[in-house]
Design a binder for this molecule. Structure first.
Ligand code: ADP
Ligand code: MG
Length: 241
C-alpha cells in the first residue's frame, strides 16, 4: 500500500453556539494515501468543511491528532504549522479565488515564491502544470478571460504548485454545469494519480463521488463508509429480494 499523506485520528471539534456546545465532530478517523482520491459526502451542516479545515491545518481540532505525510503536526506551534501547510497542502474551493490582476501563469508562480522558489524555476513549473491541465495556450490570460471550467483548472494547477503531499478540495465542481464538472473531475483524477498526491474531496455530486477510490459519509460527527442505495433491476419486486 502506498504511504499515508493524511491521517486523522480521534478528531473532535466543538463550537460554542449561543451558550450551548455544538459537537460537530465526535472522533472522526481517516487515512488518505498517495495517489488516492477519497470523497467526503453528507448533508449540509454535517461537518465536511470543518473536517477539511482541520485536515488542511487551517483550524485545530478540540481533540485528536493530525498527521501530514507522516509528521504529527498536533504539537507544532502556529508558525511551524503554517510552514507545513504552505509546503505540503494544496487547496481548491468551489470558487476559484484566483487573483484577478494576475495572469493564469502568475497565479501559479506566486504560491511558489511564498516558499522562496526562484522565479525562473517557479515559472517553468507553472508552465508544466498549465500543460498538465491543458491550458498552456491560456498562460497569459487573466482569470476574467477564462471560462468557469478553465478557471477551476488553473485553481487546481495552483493548488499543486508546491508539489503538495495532500490536496484538499471543498466542492471543487460545485459551481460548474454537469458536463464541465465531468471534464474538470477527470482532469483532477488524472493529475492526482500522476503526482501521487492524496486527495480528500467534499462533494454533493454522488456520481463523481462514486468514481473515486472510496466514499466516506459524515454522519453524526463520524466518518462511515458510504453504502450506495442499490438500484433494482427493471421489474424486480423488492419484496422478493
Ligand atoms: P458542511 O460543510 O458539511 O456543510 P460545516 O462544517 O460547514 O458543514 O458546518 C458544520 C456545523 O458546524 C454547522 O452546524 C455549522 O453551523 C457549525 N459551525 C461551523 N463553523 C463554525 C464556527 N466557526 N462557529 C460556530 N459554529 C460553526
Ligand atoms: Mg461545507
Amino acid at each position: 500500500m502506498s504511504e499515508p499523506m493524511l491521517e486523522l485520528s480521534g478528531i473532535v471539534r466543538t463550537f460554542e453556539q449561543a451558550g450551548t456546545e455544538l459537537q460537530v465532530l465526535r472522533g472522526a478517523e481517516l487515512t488518505v494515501r498517495a495517489g488516492e482520491l477519497v470523497a467526503l459526502v453528507g448533508p449540509s451542516g454535517a461537518g465536511k468543511s470543518t473536517l477539511l479545515h482541520i485536515a488542511g491545518l487551517l483550524e485545530r481540532p478540540t481533540a485528536g491528532t493530525v498527521r501530514i505525510a507522516g509528521t504529527d503536526v498536533s504539537k507544532l506551534d502556529d508558525g511551524k504549522r503554517t510552514e507545513v501547510r504552505r509546503r505540503s497542502i494544496g487547496f481548491v474551493y468551489q470558487f476559484h479565488h484566483l487573483l484577478p490582476e494576475f495572469s493564469a501563469l502568475e497565479n501559479i508562480v506566486l504560491p511558489q515564491m511564498i516558499n522562496r522558489v526562484p522565479k525562473r524555476t517557479a515559472k517553468a513549473r507553472a508552465m508544466e502544470l498549465l500543460r498538465m491541465v491543458g491550458l498552456e495556450p491560456r498562460a497569459s490570460h487573466r482569470p476574467a478571460r477564462l471560462s468557469g471550467g478553465e478557471q477551476q483548472r488553473v485553481a487546481i494547477a495552483r493548488a499543486l504548485a508546491n508539489a503538495p503531499s495532500l490536496l484538499i478540495a471543498d466542492e471543487p465542481t460545485g459551481n460548474l454545469d454537469p458536463h464541465t464538472a465531468d471534464g474538470v473531475f477527470a482532469m483532477l483524477t488524472a493529475i492526482v494519480r500522476q503526482a501521487r498526491v492524496g486527495a480528500l474531496i467534499a462533494t454533493h455530486n454522488l456520481d463523481l463521488a462514486q468514481r473515486m477510490d472510496r466514499v466516506l459519509e459524515m454522519r453524526d460527527g463520524l466518518l462511515v463508509e458510504h453504502t450506495p442505495v442499490p438500484t433494482l433491476p427493471e421489474g424486480a419486486d423488492p419484496a422478493h429480494l
